[in-house]
Design a binder for this molecule. Sequence first.
Ligand SMILES: C[S@@+](CC[C@H](N)C(=O)[O-])C[C@H]1O[C@@H](n2cnc3c(N)ncnc32)[C@H](O)[C@@H]1O
Length: 379
Amino acid sequence: MRKGHHKTNRRDEKGRRRPDREERRAPTRDPRPPVATVRLPGRVKIPPIAKLATLPTVGKWLWTCRDGFEAQLFEELCWQKCSATVLGSGLVETDRQPATPPTFARMGFRIDALVKTPQEAAAALPQHPSRVQVWVPDTDAGNARAGECLAWESTINALRDGIKDPSTPWSAFESGASLGQVCLVAPHTAAVGSIGARVALSLAPGGRARMKRTAAAPSRAAMKLDEALEWVGVSPGKGDLCVDLGSAPGGWTRRLLERGARVWSVDTGLLAPDVAKHPRVRHFHQTAFAFVPDEPCDWLFCDMAWRPLEVAQLLAKWARNRWATQMVANIKLPMKDKLPMVLRMRATLEAGGWSNVHLRQLYHDRDEVTVQAVRGPNT
Ligand SMILES: C[S@@+](CC[C@H](N)C(=O)[O-])C[C@H]1O[C@@H](n2cnc3c(N)ncnc32)[C@H](O)[C@@H]1O
């Protein structure tokens, strides 16, 4: 405690003394766990990407990623002992499915056929109920074929009229059905296959889970949280206690309040006035590194604009201290070489006591990845 500072005696409803403002500001006595050491596999450089996309091969796996992230995805797949080829912008092919879902892929499926018409695609798709998704890679060339994509989709759906396909990807997920995949890889050429809705990287066509922006949201960051929670599959409910680290101006906090949660919002910056004055919000105007919660929370959220490894260490501290049960975080990766950082972050989180750690560059993520985890049984 600083000289001249006297502890206050404020108690919570259970009679526990609450740390006062000075204490919350003081550097925590509990150090962050160290960054876990990771032996990185040998580096793999991709050959220059050809201007004209190479066509994929039947029997191989087709992956799509954010435009410009082919090198990260390619190396990630090579590190998982796959034989990979970059086919063109946003498209990578492998000889098999990797053991761990790739962080930098939005969608992946095994190619059953390469076709030239929607009629051929309809014939190659599963003849049992499956939600059919027709999509293009999210690149300039791919997006220019959006009209062709719609035309293929309506022809294919008309030809599948007799099959009782699930009406939404969610109903495919619930019934354990598959997602029929038609990816227009070049003009008048599509790779066709399918993937179980429950194991697919995303339920959105090509992994483009576009979230609606509402006029009331104080920041576009809220869409990242909406997509992250859709990916996690469960959300905080009424009365749950959520801690939101790096919360200003309050997009995530607002979304959590809308779900009925109580939110402890931690940021050195200010919250939007309507969020700050909400009766279920407590704003801790301080650095997240010194914040110590009065009681364990149900959900830890984090969208701090800070160095990724330090954020991973901070999150690891929350698991080790049993301060949170579930975690969703958006971690910024501004560096060019992101993959070694992803591996170090994962190892640090697992060493801290998080389990079921999943990392993914979601549709709304730019130079960042989203991580979800639950506190391990032995933590
Ligand atoms: C991307 S913004 C968060 C946006 C927020 N999730 C929303 O929905 O409005 C990143 C935030 O991290 C905060 N931040 C950076 N370092 C921090 C630290 N050490 N402690 C707390 N907040 C921090 C910044 O002040 C900034 O408000």
